[in-house]
Design a protein around this ligand. Structure first.
Ligand SMILES: [Zn+2]
Length: 116
């Protein structure tokens, strides 16, 4: 039996403008995941605003998570959240912390894609 999770969000169409890089993978594989379930190599496309609508980043980026350390000194981590936090990427000296339960729009690595 497979466990499915549902998120009360709205995924809007990816912006086709000069501010957004073209998506490099087939968008048909995009899905929503809790930040704590994002795997290394998953392509991160968007976060979700408080109203539940997708907020696309200007460019997608691959997850390369590591353990959250609020004292890491990057300048971003100490600003964050009261609840559990995961770090989804290293931006060369500053972290990419997310609330562990935050929905993230991703394209999973090929190994993580749902099989028909
Ligand atoms: Zn940090």
């Amino acid at each position: 039996m497979k466990c499915l999770e549902f998120f009360p969000v709205i995924v809007t169409r990816y912006p086709q403008d000069e501010d957004h890089a073209p998506i490099l993978e087939d968008e048909v594989h995009a899905r929503i995941s809790a930040a704590e379930n994002v795997c290394d190599g998953d392509l991160i496309l968007a976060s979700f605003e408080d109203n539940g609508r997708s907020l696309y980043f200007n460019d997608q980026y691959p997850a390369s998570g590591y353990a959250y350390d609020p004292d890491c000194g990057c300048g971003v981590c100490p600003l964050d959240h009261a609840g559990p936090v995961v770090v989804l990427a290293d931006w060369g000296g500053w972290c990419d912390p997310w609330p562990a339960n935050a929905p993230v729009l991703i394209i999973p690595t090929e190994d993580g894609r749902l099989k028909g």
